[in-house]
Design a protein around this ligand. Structure first.
Ligand code: NCD
Ligand code: ZN
Length: 343
């Protein structure tokens, strides 16, 4: 059996920088025509000029002949000014601005402590129709880590959307039934991306027979009931749920450590993993919408020309991949997958 899809896009991707970027970029460029590239570098990508320079480094590192296109984002800080939004819009290369609550995840230290401090920027984004991409987790240390998305949705996202009703918002990597239901009940200018790991696993995966650092990402894997709600959303008819891998590579030693980094590297088998989810749900006919159409529609991008082909042919995910002189362990490392992306 085979499955032919219009060339898909990844609406949430971490490419890193330098030699590590050059090593992981090809995996995404092979799978996707375009990707929304996250700005949480060290230091973060804060200006349009920095985003354009990062874009040039990505384009220069692409394998010969690849027409992969990075869609750039800016990292929202409390010192960003509204004219930066005008510059971003004029550049045509910046697709959105990413909100990291300060300290919420990897390289989020420069993020926002209080949304009141970025009001003028949010107003400019609403006016210029630049979407706000949100890491939706509260950082209050008294809130249980498994509740941080739900508390963010009710306590931060909902008031934010009331204050900026025309702002286009993507709630990135949703992980809970609560967030799914919130998006479903909201107006059309709110959408959400869903990762392969949150569709495939619940939080038991983190502790299966011992501590499993390669299943650690933020937001964390959640309950089985949450996972099912995500599968229903991804395979359902609501056009606001679309593909964003959140592929987030970290060197092996940084994951397998006393204090391991958050992030799951899914790029080498991303489409295959989504195909597995859709097949199990009996919804392979919806994969093209989820992977190739809905995200582009939300962002007002043209659909890609050309197709990719998934074949039902067993293959083994590598145990590790090159990562700038180090190694990164991909999701399902060393395991056999039933679907394989041809070419
Ligand atoms: C991401 C990373 O490593 O950059 N990590 C993760 O667990 N998802 C950051 C993020 O998207 O939260
Ligand atoms: Zn991410």
């Amino acid at each position: 059996m085979e499955l032919v899809l219009p060339r898909p896009d990844d609406f949430h991707l971490h490419l890193r920088d330098g030699a590590a970027m050059a090593d992981v970029l090809a995996a995404s460029a092979r799978q996707f025509a375009r990707a929304v590239v996250m700005p949480n570098l060290k230091p973060p990508v804060r200006t349009t000029a920095e985003a354009l320079a990062y874009r040039d480094r990505i384009l220069a590192a692409l394998p010969k002949g690849s027409d992969f296109r990075p869609l750039m984002t800016l990292y929202l800080t409390e010192s960003m000014t509204p004219d930066e939004i005008a510059r971003a819009k004029d550049s045509g290369a910046v697709i959105g601005v990413k909100l990291y609550p300060a300290g919420a995840t990897t390289n989020a230290d420069a993020g926002v402590t209080d949304l009141a401090r970025v009001r003028p920027v949010l107003e400019a984004m609403q006016r210029h129709e630049i979407p706000l991409l949100i890491h939706g987790e509260i950082t209050d240390p008294t809130v249980d880590v498994f509740d941080r998305e739900a508390v963010f949705v009710d306590g931060v996202l909902d008031p934010l959307r009331r204050d900026f009703p025309a702002l286009r918002v993507v709630l990135e990597h949703v992980t809970t039934r609560h967030a799914v239901q919130y998006v479903q009940s909201a107006a059309q200018n709110l959408a959400a991306t869903i990762t392969p790991q949150h569709l495939l696993y619940n939080r038991n995966a983190l502790f299966a027979g011992g501590l499993r650092p390669h299943y650690y990402c933020l937001p964390l894997l959640k309950l089985e009931s949450d996972r099912r709600a995500l599968v229903d959303a991804a395979t359902g008819t609501d056009a606001r749920f679309f593909l964003g891998t959140d592929s987030a590579p970290h060197a092996r030693h940084a994951k397998e450590a006393a204090c391991g980094c958050a992030g799951i590297y899914s790029a080498p088998a991303a489409l295959e993993l989504y195909a597995e989810v859709f097949e199990t749900a009996g919804a392979l006919d919806r994969l093209a919408d989820f992977a190739s159409r809905r995200g582009a529609n939300f962002y007002g991008l043209p659909h890609n020309k050309g197709t990719v082909r998934l074949v039902q042919e067993a293959w083994k995910v590598p145990a590790s991949c090159a990562f700038g002189g180090e190694k990164v362990v991909p999701l399902r490392a060393g395991e056999i997958l039933a679907w394989r992306l041809d070419g």
